[in-house]
Design a protein around this ligand. Structure first.
Ligand SMILES: [Zn+2]
Length: 304
């Protein structure tokens, strides 16, 4: 199985504590490196976990609260310093390009690599990236500032044909490719072979949804339905549900209710408020509503 995994670089809320760093995750999607949010300290975390950060091709910033993007200028500067030439695309709500370009202007600096900024709509779902191996959609979250969730979906690989079958039917490479692309062929012995006779079932398509900062909001359910893994913030426990609403955040129970409504396979919690000592209470609370839950923790890798 080709890699599709999520490395947690930071999973705390905005106020600093000694336990968690602000939001950032690195997705390895079939050797494409995608960075999601870039809180302060992200480049140090990338170094700590031995990520070759020049391989990052796309950066997705959910919104412009500092705990989700203040590490970006440092990371971009290091990429330049270390000789990057390959292009980089940064997706975010409006305003980020101005912030970065102003810092560059005042420090009279420049980047040697092509840097493109793409503004997210934040009020409707949209396909924002389509590559050969994967696609990315953005969809609106409900937060104090314009805020976007992201859905990462791999594209199907070509189906397989067993080695025994290839030998038995004496298939050439050209014939194998024809069959894999769904075409009927006639082999050297004049035998008509339909693709459905020889193709093994295609693998299951894996997907990952990232919901950074949001109130519990049912409108996101259609965008994240049946995903393999849902990351949904849980800044608070349900005992602080009033505070969650006031600050446009969710509780562990709220995240679990959304996971359940969307029938996702697994839920990951994160963006924990610094007020909580033991994070297992997040796990316990969510699991009363939805069975398959993991806690985000710095350095943890979740394989899909
Ligand atoms: Zn926020």
């Amino acid at each position: 199985m080709m890699k599709f995994e999520v490395l947690i670089l930071g999973c705390g809320a905005a106020a600093p504590n000694g336990r968690n760093l602000p939001s950032a995750q690195l997705i390895n999607l079939r050797e494409n490196y995608l960075l999601v949010d870039c809180g302060e300290g992200t480049q140090l975390q990338l170094r700590r976990y031995n990520v070759k950060f020049q391989r990052i091709s796309h950066i997705f910033i959910s919104h412009l609260h500092g705990d989700h993007y203040l590490g970006l200028m440092g990371l971009l500067s290091s990429m330049h310093l270390l000789g990057r030439r390959t292009p980089l695309v940064v997706y975010s709500p409006a305003g980020l390009e101005e912030i970065i370009r102003l810092q560059m202007k005042i420090s009279e600096s420049y980047f040697e690599f092509p840097l493109e900024f793409v503004v997210l709509p934040c009020d409707e779902e949209r396909l924002i990236v389509s590559e050969s191996a994967f696609e990315v959609r953005s969809f609106p979250l409900r937060h104090r500032l314009k805020c976007s969730g992201f859905l990462f979906t791999e594209k199907p690989l070509l189906p397989n044909i067993s080695k025994d079958m290839i030998r038995e039917l004496k298939l050439s490479i050209e014939e194998i490719l024809q069959l894999k692309h769904g075409n009927t062929i006639v082999n050297r012995e004049g035998m008509v072979i339909e693709p459905q006779q020889v193709l093994l079932p295609a693998h299951e398509i894996r997907s990952y949804a990232y919901c950074s900062d949001t109130m519990e909001w049912e409108n996101i359910v259609p965008s994240i339905r049946n995903v393999s893994l849902l990351y949904h913030e849980s800044t608070f426990l349900e005992s602080e549900s009033k505070r969650a609403v006031e600050t446009w955040h969710s509780t562990a129970s709220g995240a679990a209710r959304i996971a359940s409504k969307a029938a996702v396979k697994m839920l990951m919690l994160g963006h924990y408020s610094a007020r909580y000592g033991n994070l297992n209470c997040f796990l316990d609370e969510a699991m009363q509503i939805f069975p398959n839950v993991v806690l985000a923790e710095e350095g943890k890798t979740i394989e899909l």
